[in-house]
Design a protein around this ligand. Structure first.
Ligand SMILES: C[S@@+](CC[C@H](N)C(=O)[O-])C[C@H]1O[C@@H](n2cnc3c(N)ncnc32)[C@H](O)[C@@H]1O
Ligand SMILES: [Mg+2]
Length: 436
């Protein structure tokens, strides 16, 4: 009879309200199989989403469908969301449900006896004191338009109210607990058929009086610490506001970009590509990340740990090819002198400021180069240079015996990642080398 179906229209009504009013804490009373909660979890403003139902078995049927899905982990944002589901009765108080921005009660009250509706009013409006409440219930005046209906719309309904009955209950609640209400609904009669009967589902939207700046302060200090509900399920969605999550994402971005910049530089050296300069330009969208800033440094470390030298090679236009060759010459000579007694490892050093300006995600996650350094300091997966200003990436040149390929591979296999966490002092560098 309705398109979209009436239950969807009721949920859409709530969703539209949420979009307009952006409540942070929402509780759905009589949540049943959590289908409204399923939809609400996609609204980024909502930070706490709670469902309550007296029937735990119904809630449990689909509650695991509320768990984060893989895209929630892949496309992390700063949004926060916690979901909690409780078994409990809306006629009972529970302190965990106080101070919400929005309470929804969709097709619930007609399942309560009139005595329980009174308790419901006291609990919801008098104790939970949310900023807003949406209550939907059948409008009995519409029933003659529902084909084949005899009696109530559902065998468990204790009553079905006319618009006047609903109005009278709602206005009494407002008077007693300090709310105002607007009446509306969903499911209109087909055109030409007794349009004066009102909506199929009648809805009251209640707002608490005297709320400033949409901020929900609990009324009075009579908060009893009652915990009558049973927690069935709770889950925190991954968020970049969680420090561990932020660090995990940052490390993976840093490793990815450091490797990418290194490859660009290597290609440039072998004439296969335009190198770090192009990479930086592309990533930064053109301006702002110029070749002079794309300094790459080769760092030579000796297994005996006694000596560590660095050679700075500037890629891009700021250093002439001659200069570069000359410097490399020095590097190789020194390397060869040490070959007999020392194991050689080479790294490409990617400065943090280059990473920061080349990767928009890294800059967005950290805000500044010094924050980036701070966040990476204790990360075992990222090896920083001694001064903490650059990430060191293993470097293996194709077809060069001097690289000591075996040693390089050993590094990978011998707890290299764990060893890297202690890498920011000279002393620790030596220990690390000694482990190889
Ligand atoms: C018609 S269903 C509501 C469906 C759901 N709100 C929706 O929009 O799809 C009514 C729900 O209210 C629950 N219920 C009935 N009495 C209750 C009470 N005293 N406290 C909490 N939930 C109750 C029932 O278990 C049932 O899941
Ligand atoms: Mg019902």
């Amino acid at each position: 009879m309705f398109s979209p179906p009436l239950h969807r229209q009721r949920h859409q009504f709530v969703i539209d309200f949420v979009k307009r009013n952006k409540p942070k804490k929402v509780v759905d009373l009589g949540c049943s199989e959590c289908s409204l909660l399923q939809k609400l979890r996609f609204h980024r403003e909502v930070e706490l989403l709670v469902g309550v139902d007296i029937n735990g078995t119904t809630v449990k049927k689909k509650m695991h469908g509320l768990a984060p899905i893989s895209t929630d982990y892949l496309q992390l944002s700063y949004d926060q969301l916690r979901i909690e589901l409780y078994q409990g009765s809306v006629t009972q108080k529970d302190a965990r449900l106080r101070g919400f921005d929005l309470v929804t009660s969709i097709e619930l009250i007609e399942h309560l006896t009139l005595a329980d509706v009174k308790s419901f009013s006291e609990v919801v409006f008098g104790y939970m004191t949310p900023l807003a409440v949406i209550v939907s219930t059948p409008n009995s005046e519409f029933n003659p338009l529902l084909p084949g209906l005899v009696g109530f719309r559902h065998s468990d309904h204790k009553f079905e109210w006319t618009r006047t009955e609903f109005r009278s209950w709602a206005l009494k609640v407002c008077l007693e607990f300090g709310y105002e209400v607007e009446f509306t609904g969903v499911g209109q009669a087909p055109s030409g058929q007794q349009e004066g009967v009102g909506f199929c589902s009648q809805i009251g939207v209640f707002r608490r009086h005297g709320v400033r700046d949409g901020c929900n302060m609990l009324l009075g200090d009579d908060a009893e610490d009652v915990f009558s509900y049973t927690l069935l399920y709770s889950i925190n969605y991954p968020s970049l506001r969680d420090n561990n999550t932020l660090r995990r994402v940052l490390v993976s971005e840093v490793l990815y970009w450091a490797e990418k910049l290194k490859s660009g530089w290597m290609e440039e050296r072998t004439g296969e590509g335009s190198g770090a300069y192009t990479l930086c330009q592309t990533a930064a969208g053109g301006e702002g990340c110029v070749s002079e800033r794309c300094m790459e440094m080769e760092e030579k470390q000796t297994a005996c740990g006694a000596e560590m030298r660095s050679l700075v090679v500037q890629c891009g236009r700021s250093v002439s090819e001659d200069q570069e060759e000359e410097e490399e010459d020095v590097f190789w000579k020194k390397s060869q002198r040490q070959q007999d007694s020392c194991t050689l490892r080479r790294c490409v050093s990617v400065p943090l400021d280059v990473l920061w300006s080349c990767c928009p995600k890294i800059s967005a996650l950290t805000g500044s180069v010094s924050n980036l350094r701070h966040l990476l300091l204790d990360e075992p997966e990222v090896k920083l240079s001694q001064d903490g200003a650059a990430v060191l990436v293993n470097y293996q040149e194709q077809g060069t015996d001097l690289e000591g390929e075996e040693d390089h591979n050993d590094l990978e296999d011998s707890g290299y990642a764990e060893a890297r966490q202690d890498s920011h002092t000279a002393e620790q560098e030596e220990d690390w080398e000694a482990n190889v």
